[in-house]
Design a protein around this ligand. Structure first.
Ligand code: NAD
Length: 494
């Protein structure tokens, strides 16, 4: 990896940079080396006030919300090009601040969101008026009216976008794309662990010709997040993070009746039927452990496997997990990087120890690896003979741990899969496509991948969760609708 080019830091407000005025600073640490990557001054209440005012002004007085869609699309295209020109820097930063492997950072965490901006550019250009067919209405006295309706899509207003640490650039773009396409103005607040790519977004915004105040970036923690989700001048909070904080944000936003979109945690299930290709199933199972070291909301870490094949499955998955090269993600041979902070390693270890005490068998991993000597690493871990009721099978660990649970028939597989307070994603592995589809329909989850899914993340289809995994959807028409108000204008001819 080339040396990392750090972006400018501060508060990006109304198209300009200001020094942050909060208390202290956040240390951005490379979780693979424990080296200090950057010290980022923390945004405070005065900065929150400034970004909200700037976004409000840009919405109420600026050209952005009323701009014709085609013009807005041209601005978005320029922003997309400015981000694409920074793809190398973004990738290096994600490797260093998140600990993503280089290949994953370059593809899923950088190229994918830039491609998604192409989709939102197309959406921005679409007409904002939806005409309805006219109707003749008979009136008393024998006359009649020819009347009709036109529905106008309008932006909601000022959007506060609050995001999690694990894939900051993708999560930011998933919110900026539809918010800007619909004509809203935005305040983006990244996680204090991984703020650096949001500053690159600010630099790209500054270099593109978006009107001042359309995108603002503020750092800080829960206090700033609270300010953004309680201030009456913010119209919509779109949040990606844990269910606990999501519930707090819903409560914080309630007194001002803000719109709220919540993309929260998960503990998704993968059903492996007896007719599955077990090599394929084990490869998919491995991804659920190693993808950003298990720090992914939609990972299917509960492997619900038919009793007749569970031993073979565990043996195959265990062999793959044990062969994973764990280490510094900046090295090309590394297949899995670190967790974000020591607390995440400790939490993961606690879940593994608790499961073993309760009677689980350790199929692979289970501890911090002896190498590398520094960094917040944990081995890819597989636990067998787990009961669905145990906390290791119910809680989101957000570490590289999968559990296997046996089932005897499809009904039982569905019951175990749905035995969760979450419902973000799911998977079915089977050579019987029809049955796999029927099982997918019975899972209480916002998405289900059959035999690995479509091979491409389509920004035109909705993403989001049932139950405690969220409220609303991102992407596609449904995602866009959260960022628009609908106005029905009624009129008659003559
Ligand atoms: P987190 O919930 O701890 O923090 C997320 C953000 O919320 C941070 O920016 C934080 O500063 C802010 N915050 C904290 N308290 C707040 C408050 N009271 N009001 C407003 N903002 C507040 O999440 P995390 O540890 O950064 O990320 C991991 C979690 O995110 C996991 O649960 C994971 O599943 C979830 N996640 C979900 C998705 C999805 O699309 N569903 C995607 C990625 C991550």
């Amino acid at each position: 990896m080339s040396s990392v080019t750090l972006p400018r830091t501060g508060v990006f407000v109304g198209g300009d940079w200001q020094a942050a005025t909060g208390d202290g600073a956040d240390e951005v640490v490379n979780p693979a080396t424990e080296e200090l990557l950057a010290t980022v001054p923390r945004g405070g209440a005065a900065d929150g006030e400034a970004v909200i005012s700037a976004a409000r002004r840009a919405f109420d007085e600026g050209p952005w919300p009323a701009m014709p869609g085609a013009e807005r699309a041209a601005h978005l295209r320029r922003l997309r090009d400015e981000l694409a020109a920074r793809a190398g820097q973004l990738t290096d930063l994600l490797v260093s601040e998140v600990g993503s492997t280089y290949a994953l950072a370059a593809s899923q965490h950088v190229s994918l969101p830039i491609e998604q901006l192409d989709y939102w550019t197309t959406v921005a250009a679409r007409p904002d008026l939806i005409a309805h067919a006219p109707r003749v209405a008979r009136r008393s006295g024998g006359t009649s009216w020819l009347g009709s309706w036109v529905v106008r899509r309008e932006p909601v207003g000022v959007v506060a976008a609050l995001i999690a640490y694990n894939s900051p650039f993708l999560l930011a773009v998933m919110k900026l794309g539809p918010a800007l396409a619909a004509g809203n103005t935005v305040v983006l607040k990244p996680s204090p662990y991984t703020p650096l790519t949001s500053f690159v977004i600010a630099e790209a915004v500054a270099a593109s010709d978006l009107p001042p105040g359309v995108v603002n970036v503020l750092t800080g923690g829960a206090d700033v997040g609270q300010q953004l989700s309680t201030d009456p001048r913010v119209d919509l909070v779109t949040f990606t993070g844990s269910d606990t904080v999501g519930a707090a944000i819903a409560a914080q936003a309630a007194p001002t009746l803000k719109r709220v979109v919540l993309e929260l945690g998960g503990k998704s299930a993968m059903i492996v039927r007896s007719d599955a290709d077990l090599d394929q199933a084990a490869r998919l199972g491995l991804q659920s452990i190693t993808f950003t070291a298990g720090q992914g909301c939609a990972l299917t870490t509960r492997h619900i496997v038919h009793r007749s094949v569970i031993d073979d499955y565990q043996q195959k998955l265990g062999a793959l997990a044990s062969a994973v090269r764990v280490g510094d993600p900046a090295r090309p041979e590394t297949q899995m990087g670190p967790l974000i902070r020591p607390t995440a390693v400790e939490r993961t270890a606690r879940y593994v120890e608790g499961a073993i005490e309760a009677g689980a068998i350790l199929v692979a991993g289970g501890k911090r690896p002896s190498e590398p000597p520094k960094g917040y690493f944990f081995e890819p871990t597989v636990l067998g003979e787990v009961d669905s009721s145990w906390s290791v099978a119910q809680d989101e660990i957000f570490g590289p741990v999968a559990v296997t649970i046996a089932f005897d028939d499809d009904d039982e597989a569905v019951r175990i899969a749905n035995d969760s307070r979450y419902g973000l994603d799911g998977a079915v592995v089977s050579r019987d496509a029809g049955t796999a589809f029927e099982l997918a329909c019975r899972l209480r989850a916002g998405g289900v991948a059959i035999n690995g899914g479509a091979g491409w993340t389509n920004p035109g289809v909705p993403f989001g969760g049932y139950k405690r995994s969220g409220l609303g959807r991102e992407n596609g028409e449904e995602g866009l609708n959260h960022y628009t108000e609908l106005k029905t204008i009624k009129y008659h001819a003559g």
